[in-house]
Design a protein around this ligand. Structure first.
Ligand SMILES: [Zn+2]
Length: 338
């Protein structure tokens, strides 16, 4: 089959590879209904993470089970499934505490920018639908696998609730999903920080009530202005740079919460500053498995349409163009037809 391999920063292509096979009794093999490129795939693409050997790309997936290992009990061939980008047993103490992304057996999904993929720990990772979903729901179900689940976690970690004021730092796909999540959780005011017209429009469509295009100190000043000098109850940090993290912490009110899901690159904190600011920080890879059944239902009953975040649909063979388009910010998120 043709699958996506990154050989070096900037060098990603479709190459002929062997189809995946069951390697452990707890594995499943799925035929993907669609795949996509993640903002985090751009870190190695841009040379900000090392690429020491050819890497099978792709960790967002949904599709039909074609084969399961002998120990798999909860899914069977023919079922449509969605899984988390974090693979988990869903039985260890961390999983039972709702932090499947810190599972004692945690692995990260790979090789999903391809027509077929192997999903380890299938019982603890995959959730099946009761019937095959309509084709037009596939982009939204795919979004649940990572980008929506991650935006949801950002809002959850930031303590968004009915009536909250929430600020979303970052207008990438995850930030936009954070807006959608905050809306679903009942935030009264959702301020999206974005300076790009098309992303501002999508943020408004997903439920943002205000747009702030300033950044850094000016951005923080604008948030203070909009919140009567107080700051936000909840801040979703969806970028991962020193500037965005500083902005996120400064936008929160004392006692406020920051959910940070942008993978930090070069971010440091000053202990005393953090001490006197009195704010909660919770971040990390999202425990998407915790939210999967609920979010899949929201998609299946058409309450939400996160699939709109895919503004570029291309065939898998054109994956290199998808990476380029996202790298150059011509596209928010590319869906790959497999
Ligand atoms: Zn576990």
């Amino acid at each position: 089959m043709l699958a996506t391999i990154m050989r070096a920063p900037g060098d990603v292509r479709c190459e002929e590879v062997a189809e995946p096979t069951i390697q452990k009794p707890t594995d499943a093999i799925i035929r993907l209904s669609a795949s996509c490129i993640c903002g985090s795939d751009l870190w190695p693409y841009r040379g900000l993470n090392e690429v020491n050997e050819p890497r099978a790309m792709g960790h967002e997936y949904c599709g039909i089970v074609v084969e399961v290992g002998s120990a798999v009990k909860t899914v069977r061939p023919g079922q449509f499934v969605v899984g988390s980008f974090c693979l988990s047993d869903n039985t260890c103490p961390h999983c039972r505490f709702g932090f499947q992304s810190s599972c004692e057996q945690r692995e990260f999904m790979s090789g999903a920018q391809a027509p077929f993929a192997r999903v380890p720990l299938a019982d603890g990772t995959l959730v099946a639908t009761s019937a095959l979903p309509a084709d037009d729901l596939i982009p939204s179900l795919l979004a649940v696998s990572d980008v929506l689940g991650t935006g949801w976690y950002a809002a959850d970690a930031a303590g968004v609730q009915e009536g909250s004021t929430a600020v979303v730092v970052g207008d990438g796909a995850v930030g936009l999903m954070g807006v959608l999540a905050a809306r679903q959780m009942g935030a009264a005011r959702i301020i999206a920080m974005s300076r790009h017209k098309s992303r501002q429009d999508l943020a408004l469509e997903f439920g943002a009530t205000d747009i702030v295009s300033e950044r850094g100190e000016q951005g923080v000043a604008r948030i203070k202005e909009l919140t009567g000098g107080v700051g936000a109850d909840s801040v979703l940090e969806c970028v991962g740079t020193q500037e965005s993290m500083g902005q996120a912490v400064d936008c929160a009110r004392p006692g406020g919460k920051i959910g940070f899901v942008g993978v930090p690159h070069g971010v440091t904190f000053d202990g005393q500053q953090l001490f006197f600011q009195q704010k909660s920080l919770l971040g990390g890879p999202a425990p998407v498995r915790r939210y999967l059944p609920y979010l899949m239902d929201l998609v299946l009953d058409r309450t939400i349409n996160p699939g709109k975040v895919f503004d570029l649909h291309i065939p898998l063979e054109d994956v290199a163009e998808g990476y380029r388009a996202m790298d150059e910010r011509r596209a928010i998120k590319a869906l790959l037809r497999v």
